[in-house]
Design a protein around this ligand. Structure first.
Ligand SMILES: *Cc1c(COP(=O)(O)O)cnc(C)c1O
Length: 375
């Protein structure tokens, strides 16, 4: 099975973890700080606060904004549920904005959704493709809102050389096993804002400030959302490989782009030449005539050794959301969900694997084409 995404752990990654396991500190030592500084340097940003997942990082970012009951955030439904879940956990309401054909939030539809309760805009760089962050920032400035970018797919992506993470008020990354680099579980918030960074650190560790000797003071409600030292050591080791990993995924993606050019049964997502996508996913978008056979296509590709996935069921289609916020429909998001298939694209693959994937995809989809759907 060639998975749609997976980790690549090498001997030096293992050695880095073992070294920490043999040391005095398994948590709250120097590795977490070292990894935070290395991320700041890589992105070109002042502060980085590591968390034990991107979910807790999102929770922390929303808390740092002061998000609370009755507040609203404007976000995309084409994301993992954590993006909006963590706002709800603070009592806020996610307002879903429809997307563009590339899976990213449609910046032209954001302003119409702003109300006096709106506090933040939360875009997601789908599959690693950068969102239109400059337009989104301009809308936020005009309406006095904050921007939290969920870049869980996009560690290493850039626009014209400017890394994702250096533009929004706060940007969240994930180091889950299948994300661009991994610490097993892990996440981070990066920001240039000292006050946000301080609040994030408090939120991560019980809201406690150390005073003199044994004395400490708990000044705000916090959690234990800390990353371990050995996870940070793995992250640091993986960070040195991020550009190499992205290059591999880029080569695979470009090969797919070529093989799939001019396809009549599906399209792919175009990346602007001035942009770099971390290529976390490689999405195919089936033509509507094939929506009725998508399950069969998925199952056959899976059965032929391709670890397939679909990203994402629009968040509002989940039972919890329907029960709490009512049934909703956003035409582009619903359409995207029906069209999308993520095929294998990971940094463990060889070009030989990529050829196998492309051959299999073309053969299987072609096979179902004649069956079509009647409208
Ligand atoms: C993976 C992911 C998350 C959650 O990340 P974890 O580190 O698993 O908590 C949040 N948002 C998006 C868009 C993701 O892909």
């Amino acid at each position: 099975m060639i998975p749609y995404s997976t980790q690549l752990i090498e001997e030096d990654d293992i050695a880095a973890v073992v070294e920490v396991l043999r040391s005095s500190h398994l948590t709250q030592g120097a590795k977490v700080e070292e990894f935070e500084e290395a991320i700041c340097h890589y992105i070109g940003v002042r502060y980085c606060v590591l968390f034990n997942s991107a979910t807790s990082a999102l929770h922390g970012a929303y808390d740092a904004l002061g998000l609370r009951e009755e507040d609203e955030i404007i976000t995309t439904p084409i994301s993992f549920v954590a993006t909006s879940n963590m706002a709800i956990s603070l009592g806020a309401k996610p307002v879903f904005c429809d997307i563009k054909s590339d899976g990213n939030i449609d910046e032209n539809r954001i302003e119409a959704l702003i109300t006096p309760k709106t506090k933040a805009i939360v875009p997601v760089d789908f599959a690693g493709k950068p969102v239109a962050i400059e337009s989104i920032n301009a809308i936020a400035r005009k309406h006095n809102l904050r921007v939290v970018e969920d870049a869980s797919h996009a560690f290493g992506s850039d626009i014209n050389g400017k890394k994702i993470g250096s533009s929004a008020d706060m940007t969240v990354f994930s180091f889950h096993a299948i994300k661009p680099i991994t610490t097993g579980e892990g996440g981070a918030v990066v920001t240039d804002n000292a006050e946000f960074a301080a609040r994030l650190r408090l939120f991560r560790s019980h809201g406690i400030i150390k005073k003199q000797l044994w004395n400490s003071d708990m000044v705000s409600l916090g959690h234990n959302f800390r990353l371990t030292e050995f996870a940070a050591a793995l992250g640091l080791s993986q960070l040195h490989k991020l550009d190499r990993f992205i290059n591999i995924r880029e080569m695979i993606s470009r090969y797919y782009d070529e093989r799939f050019e001019g396809q009549r049964l599906f399209s792919t997502i175009h990346i602007d030449p001035l942009e770099q996508s971390a290529r976390h996913l490689y999405p195919l978008l089936l033509v509507p005539e094939l929506f009725c056979v998508k399950e069969e296509i998925f199952a056959e590709l899976q059965q032929r050794g391709l670890g397939m996935q679909v990203h994402y069921k629009p968040i509002y289609q989940n039972s919890f959301y329907k029960e709490r916020f009512g049934v909703m429909r956003l035409p582009e998001s619903d359409h995207f969900y029906r069209a999308e298939l993520s095929i294998p694209c990971n940094h463990k693959m060889t070009m030989e694997d990529a050829k196998t994937v492309a051959d299999t995809v073309l053969e299987v989809i072609e096979k179902y084409a004649y069956r079509g759907c009647s409208f």
